[in-house]
Unconditional design. Structure first.
Length: 143
């Protein structure tokens, strides 16, 4: 009887694992941003949109044609002023006309030009924020 019970227990212990099925565990990213399946992308995007509490304002209006023209004109004036200053600093000013020292008001910028020893000093003030930038462009004289 004892050997019969032992045989039955051993038989159950050896046969039971053969009835259990398993496979190896494989980790896989699901998020496409980390190398997962790209088909999950729309799902994650919709989940993010549903959780987003921020609502964007769509009150943007394009500037008027007149305001756009004013901005382009202001940019051209500042570009020409910068070109003349650089040409004058390197002695390449063919016209010979120097930039007059003084204060120039261009849109929301105030530009003060003055001559200092060895160069041209520019002080640019943004009138909307009050920030000031000071530049000194050295003048190079020819040989």
């Amino acid at each position: 009887m004892k050997s019969k019970n032992l045989f039955l227990i051993l038989t159950v212990l050896f046969l039971y694992p053969s009835l259990c099925f398993s496979s190896e565990l494989v980790f896989e990213f699901t998020n496409p941003s980390f190398g997962g399946n790209p088909l999950y992308g729309s799902f994650y995007l919709e989940q993010a949109k549903m959780q987003n509490k921020f609502k964007e304002d769509y009150d943007f209006e394009s500037p008027s044609l007149l305001k756009e023209f004013e901005n382009v004109l202001q940019s051209q004036i500042i570009y020409n002023l910068a070109s003349r200053i650089v040409a004058q600093a390197f002695g390449e000013d063919e016209g010979g006309s120097q930039i007059q020292p003084g204060t120039y008001l261009m849109g929301k910028f105030e530009i003060t030009v003055s001559y200092v020893t060895g160069g041209i000093q520019l002080t640019v003030t943004d009138l909307s924020t009050g920030q000031t930038t000071q530049l000194v462009v050295p003048q190079f004289t020819g040989p």
